[in-house]
Every structure is written in structure tokens, then in C-alpha cells.
Design a protein around this ligand. Structure first.
Ligand SMILES: Nc1ncnc2c1ncn2[C@@H]1O[C@H](COP(=O)(O)OP(=O)(O)O)[C@@H](O)[C@H]1O
Ligand SMILES: [Mg+2]
Length: 347
């Protein structure tokens, strides 16, 4: 019963499975934005993903339930809401998905209490545009503003930059991966605001909608979160393939029921046993689990009662490898310093 799995959680890239296995979306999740071709060239792996995932394979074996829920979200074109303790691998899951499915750089949207929906969609630098127009007037002396061939092009698209969510909603044939990280840190309105955009798969940029009927302004090039230029027509962006959205939460607060209903909820347990071993191998190479058996044991015999973020183990292995190799009297002391610090579980 595993033939339906597009994402298998094996750690090797299998981009073909997206095209050959993933069926068309259900009727209620079909979006009809005109596809933009040839804009985004997919790298094999992005550096941010490489930092997270280490060398691949091996990848910490993911349990079948996790893999099935990820696939359910892919089939249903619904966001994944990933909960779990800090360090359980929530954010890294987005990178593992992008790498394995060949979907390119993860669009990352870290959420803090001040984050508003609009910053995820786009930003308009009105002041920069004004300053450039001013500079133009000063340099060409005519006060005519920007025309073709003027010193600074102040056409509006140059000053509009799509955020990670706005970029994810561009009408691509293959979906992008969007990581909305630590959504539970947001203010009370963000989850609901987000819900509307995620349901509709589209949004408007009022600065462009206002001028869309002026001659030559119907289609404007804007910047994406990847720093590329894409044309936007009529000031609206409507998706084609619904993005693979991974929203993470450390469980600091509850989400509104309508949001929960529209997401696929996945709870990640902290990596243990062979998952930890595979993670150590991914970051430090095979054999590292044996050299660092003592640190693995120290990490897993928990004296605080709550699970520790796996970063602490990775940090301890790195540091002791540099300054206190096996046999060194300072090794355990140093490792203890990093593991079970008062900040454990606080990120
Ligand atoms: N699949 C994986 N492969 C390699 N390393 C991983 C994997 N999952 C998690 N890690 C490592 O574990 C650490 C914690 O993962 P992270 O995704 O930041 O946790 P969370 O977002 O739940 O706090 C990271 O340093 C990451 O490199
Ligand atoms: Mg995280």
C-alpha cells in the first residue's frame, strides 16, 4: 500500500515522482492562474537545505505515519501543520520535502509576533521610489521624472518585492515549498488572515491594481523572494500548482478551528534511536555514531524529563570533535555544558 507515496522520506532526490504519481487536485483545490514558464530554475539543492540536511542519504528514517500524512497533504493540496517539541525536525521537514521532490529552494517565512500577512505577500518601497524620482529630477534637470533611458528607472514594479508567501502563490507548473516557521508566535489575527489567502490561492497588489488600466501598465514586472523578475498582470497573482506549505508550531498556542480544519496535522516526536544515529551520520559521516557513542548516550539519558532539541547533540559532537576528542577528560564536561542548557526547549 506504499505505491501511492509521492514523497517516500528516503533522503534521495526523486523529482520524477511528482510528475508521474501525483494525481490532479480535487475539484475544490484547483487553481487556474496562467502558468509562468521558464522563470525559476530549480537547483538540485539549495544551500539552506544543505545546512539543515547534512550529507544525504542517510536521512533519519521517518515513521510511516509521518510519510503518509505528508503525502495526504500533497494529494489534497492542503497545508501541513507540523507540531512537536523544539528540535524535533519540523522546519527540516520542509527542506527534506523540497530536496526529495526536486522543488528547489524552500521559501522561508519566519513568523514573529509583529509579522503581518502583507509582509509575507509583498512589500512596496514607496520611499525608495520617491527618492529615485527625486534623484532623477536633480540629474536630468527637466523634472520630467523617469522616462525610457533616464538615469533611474522608477517604474513601480522595481519597488515591489514579493514575500515568501507571495512568491509561493505565483502560477508555477510545479509547486514551490513554503515554510511558515513558528506560526504559533504570531499575533492573534495572522492565522485567520492566512487562511483566506490559502483558501483562495490568490491575492491582489492594490498599488498595481490601481494602475492596471493605464496604457502600458497592465502587466508589470516585480521582484520575487528569489530576486527574479516576473510579470504580474492586472495587479493580481493567482496560483497554478498549489504550493507545498509547511507550517510549524512549537505548541505555544492553539490555532482557530477553521485553520485546523483546512490543514493536515502532523505531530513529530523527537528523533530517537536509529533516527538520531542517522542524523549524526548525515551531518558527520558514517562511523560518527560509533566515535560519539558516549555523547549519544549522554543525550538520550535525559535527566530533565523533557526531550532535548537535537541541535544540542549536533553542537556537542562538533565542539568535542574540535577540542575534546574521545578520551579527553574535558569531553563529558563540555558536552554537558551544551546539552541540557537552561535554554533547552525554549526555541
Ligand atoms: N531529516 C534530517 N536530516 C538531517 N538532520 C536533521 C533532519 N531533521 C532534523 N535534523 C537536524 O536536527 C536539528 C533540529 O531540527 P529542526 O528542524 O530545526 O527542528 P524544529 O524545527 O522542530 O525545532 C537541526 O539542526 C537539523 O539539522
Ligand atoms: Mg524550527
Amino acid at each position: 500500500m506504499s505505491e501511492w507515496l509521492v514523497y517516500r522520506g528516503i533522503g534521495d532526490p526523486e523529482p520524477g515522482r511528482m510528475d508521474s504519481l501525483l494525481p490532479a487536485p480535487p475539484k475544490w483545490r484547483r487553481f487556474d492562474g496562467d502558468p509562468l514558464d521558464g522563470v525559476y530554475e530549480v537547483p538540485v539543492i539549495d544551500s539552506a537545505s544543505e545546512r539543515r540536511l547534512g550529507k544525504r542519504p542517510p536521512l533519519p528514517t521517518q515513521d510511516p505515519r509521518t510519510v503518509e500524512l505528508v503525502n495526504a497533504a500533497l494529494y489534497l493540496r492542503r497545508p501541513l501543520l507540523v507540531t512537536g517539541d523544539p528540535g524535533s525536525g519540523k522546519s527540516t521537514l520542509a527542506h527534506a520535502l523540497a530536496y526529495e521532490l526536486g522543488l528547489g529552494r524552500v521559501l522561508q517565512w519566519p513568523v514573529v509576533s509583529r509579522t503581518e500577512l502583507k509582509t509575507g505577500l509583498y512589500q512596496y518601497d514607496a520611499i525608495g521610489r520617491l527618492q529615485d524620482a527625486q534623484l532623477n529630477r536633480n540629474t536630468d534637470g527637466t523634472g520630467a521624472g523617469a522616462g525610457a533611458g533616464s538615469a533611474h528607472d522608477v517604474s513601480i514594479g522595481q519597488y515591489i518585492r514579493l514575500g515568501p508567501l507571495g512568491t509561493a502563490l505565483l502560477p508555477m507548473r510545479r509547486p514551490r515549498v513554503l515554510l511558515i516557521d513558528e506560526l504559533d508566535k504570531s499575533d492573534i489575527d495572522l492565522p485567520n488572515d492566512l487562511l483566506n489567502v490559502v483558501e483562495e490561492g490568490e491575492f491582489g497588489i492594490p498599488e498595481l491594481e490601481r494602475i492596471a488600466d493605464r496604457p502600458g501598465q497592465g502587466t508589470v514586472d516585480v521582484l520575487t523572494d528569489d530576486g527574479l523578475r516576473v510579470p504580474v498582470t492586472g495587479g493580481r497573482i493567482r496560483c497554478h500548482a498549489f504550493p507545498v506549505i509547511v507550517m510549524t508550531s512549537n505548541g505555544e498556542r492553539e490555532f482557530p478551528a477553521p485553520l485546523l480544519r483546512r490543514c493536515i496535522h502532523l505531530h513529530l516526536d523527537p528523533p530517537r534511536g536509529d533516527q538520531l544515529v542517522a542524523m549524526v551520520q548525515a551531518h558527520f559521516g558514517e562511523g560518527a555514531e560509533e566515535t560519539n557513542e558516549d555523547l549519544l548516550a549522554l543525550f538520550t539519558t535525559d535527566d530533565t524529563g523533557s526531550p532535548r532539541p537535537s541541535d544540542e547533540l549536533l553542537n556537542a559532537i562538533f565542539l568535542t570533535h574540535e577540542v575534546a576528542r574521545p578520551g579527553s577528560p574535558r569531553r563529558t564536561e563540555l558536552a554537558r555544558l551544551l546539552m541540557g542548557s537552561p535554554n533547552s526547549g525554549q526555541r
